[in-house]
Design a protein around this ligand. Structure first.
Ligand SMILES: NC(=O)c1ccc[n+]([C@@H]2O[C@H](COP(=O)([O-])OP(=O)(O)OC[C@H]3O[C@@H](n4cnc5c(N)ncnc54)[C@H](O)[C@@H]3O)[C@@H](O)[C@H]2O)c1
Length: 287
């Protein structure tokens, strides 16, 4: 199959490329080759290349900066997916797109989890524009997969790499213990995307994170335990963390757990987050 990947230099895209390189012809583009906000360029590129699938890994992902960045966030997260959806429909190629737990309010009771169709209530510029991106895709093509993921780590700057660095240089650190979610290894999400395409599961929106839930605090303790790092981890509230670090932050979800039932019903395997973390640390030479 001929597969066009946009935002191909990003963290998730690196895993997607690795997962799909065998047996497929990949056309990898990032903003320098194909700016997804340029409607004309997208249509021209797609109609020339005539891909069988388009996988959009491009996004404006800096959650805090997005609060102040203005229209560029909407252009990349909402208009970009719209341009790709229109072009994809023109060549009859399904569009694969990645969204986020930030489309929800994030204030669900801890024992509950979001289902795909639950009410959306984004409270950040990032979440609002990512939800707009989902809606624009739905308005412009029927052949789409939207995978909502969360707490992604892989080959790029991410929480695990930051914690490893801190753990190796500090005796003690403070980590937020009142935000709940599912850490997700980019390789596992790339595999879900690959399987979805290969199995031709029904089009639609799917929640796609690793299985299980944790807090940033417990996640950090697991990183240190598996990597054999001795560093005291202190649990703090989000409020306290912001105060201690003297930072301003976009609002973070307290609980953004998402049910994977819909994906599991399609026979797709989803590894537990602890297992994923161990594989990542091994791949990074830290275990
Ligand atoms: N990182 C996370 O924790 C996380 C969590 C939930 C959802 N997601 C979603 O997963 C997807 C992948 O995230 P990631 O962390 O790999 O992102 P990333 O920031 O590593 O990569 C994004 C890529 O998009 C490219 N890009 C930016 N603007 C572009 C444009 N106008 N045209 C073409 N390319 C452009 C960038 O150059 C970059 O290579 C995104 O849709 C993101 O919203 C990420």
């Amino acid at each position: 199959m001929k597969i066009l990947i946009t935002g191909a230099n990003g963290m998730l895209a690196k895993s997607v490329r690795k997962r799909l390189e065998k047996g497929n012809e990949l056309i990898c583009t990032d903003v320098a080759d194909l700016d997804i906000t340029d409607e004309k360029a997208v249509m021209e590129f797609v109609t020339n290349a005539k891909p069988d699938y388009i996988i959009n890994c491009a996004a404006y992902t800096a959650v805090d900066k997005a609060e102040e960045a203005g229209e560029i966030v909407r252009k990349i997260n909402a208009d970009g997916p719209k341009n790709l959806a229109i072009a994809a429909k023109t060549v009859d190629a399904p569009l694969v797109h990645i969204s986020t737990d930030y489309v929800f309010g994030g204030d669900l009771d801890i024992e509950k989890e979001y289902k795909e169709e639950d009410e959306k209530h984004p409270v950040t510029a990032y979440g609002i524009t990512k939800l707009e991106g989902e809606e624009k895709i739905k308005e412009n093509t029927d052949k789409y997969y939207i995978f909502r993921t969360a707490w992604l780590y892989g080959d790029g700057n991410n929480f695990v790499r930051t914690m490893l660095k801190l753990g190796e240089t500090k005796d003690e650190i403070n980590v937020v213990a009142d935000q709940h979610g599912s850490p997700t290894y980019a390789e596992d999400l790339a595999n879900i995307i690959g399987e979805a395409i290969e199995k031709k599961i029904p089009y639609g929106i799917y929640h796609a994170t690793n299985e299980g839930f944790t807090t940033w605090y417990d996640f950090t303790k697991a990183i240190f335990e598996y990597a054999g790092i001795i560093c005291q981890v202190n649990p703090v509230t989000t409020e306290k963390y912001i105060e201690m670090m003297k930072i301003t932050q976009a609002k973070r979800p307290k609980n953004s757990q998402m049910s994977k039932e819909k994906l599991l019903e399609q026979g797709i395997q989803i590894p537990e987050w602890e297992d994923a973390l161990k594989r990542y640390l091994q791949a990074e030479g830290k275990m």
